[in-house]
Structures are given as C-alpha cells and as structure tokens.
Design a protein. Structure first.
Ligand SMILES: [Zn+2]
Length: 131
C-alpha cells in the first residue's frame, strides 16, 4: 500500500504552503456553510478542496511552484503588515510614532523627551514634534 502511494506521487507536486492554505480555507468554509446554512459556501469549499488536490497531484511542478511563490509573497505582505502593527502596539509605552510629512515613512521616537526635531532617515526631511 505504501509503495503504491510512493509510486503514485512520483513526479507530482505534493503538498506546499499554498495547497495547505487552500485545504484549511476549505475546512473553514465547510464549517461556516454548516453554521450559516449557506449552500454557496459549501460549493466554494468543495472547489477549494478539489483545487488543492489538483495542485498536489499535478505533474506540472514548475507552474505549481510559481503559484506557491506568488502565494508566499502575498501572504508575507499581509502578515508583515499585521506584525509591524503588533510591534508598534507593544512599543507604544516607550515610543511615539510619527509619519514623515515628506515620504510618509513612519519613525519611532523615544517618549518623554519634550519637543524634538526629527530628521527622516529616508528622505532627509526635518520636522518638529512633541515626543
Ligand atoms: Zn521622509
């Protein structure tokens, strides 16, 4: 039985981050479709599940790797945004954050230093804020 599976999966793409995400999303949609009693969600979940299996069993590994790379780029962009927000919340007690009026880059300044002149390291713009 195990040899059969190994032989069957030879040359196929297998599981990657994107197909794992699709499977989890399908499970979440399945639960939501049961809770909310919406048939459309069930079909969407079924589609996602079939698509994730199609990706796992696909022999076109180059295309599947490109899709996975695209997914990883997008997921990194989304999670890094949340990560930076979380870091800012954790540092809120000791630092203040100011966006640069020139380039909108956010700068971190220690709290309680009075009125200070801040120089943007990105564009060199100077502005005064109370820290
Ligand atoms: Zn700037």
């Amino acid at each position: 039985m195990r040899n059969w599976i190994v032989r069957f999966m030879e040359g196929r793409h297998g599981v990657d981050h994107y197909s794992r995400f699709l499977s989890i999303a399908a499970c979440v949609l399945l639960v939501l479709s049961l809770l909310l009693d919406v048939v459309l969600l069930w079909y969407l979940a079924l589609f996602l599940l079939l698509y994730s299996y199609f990706r796992m069993f696909s022999r076109n590994t180059a295309k599947r790797q490109a899709e996975n790379r695209k997914y990883l780029t997008v997921s990194y962009a989304v999670t890094s945004k949340f990560r930076s927000k979380k870091q800012r919340l954790q540092q809120k007690k000791n630092y203040r954050f100011f966006p640069c009026p020139g380039c909108k880059a956010v700068m971190r300044v220690p709290k309680g230093k009075g009125k200070i002149e801040i120089t943007c390291p990105k564009c060199g713009e100077k502005f005064v804020r109370k820290s």
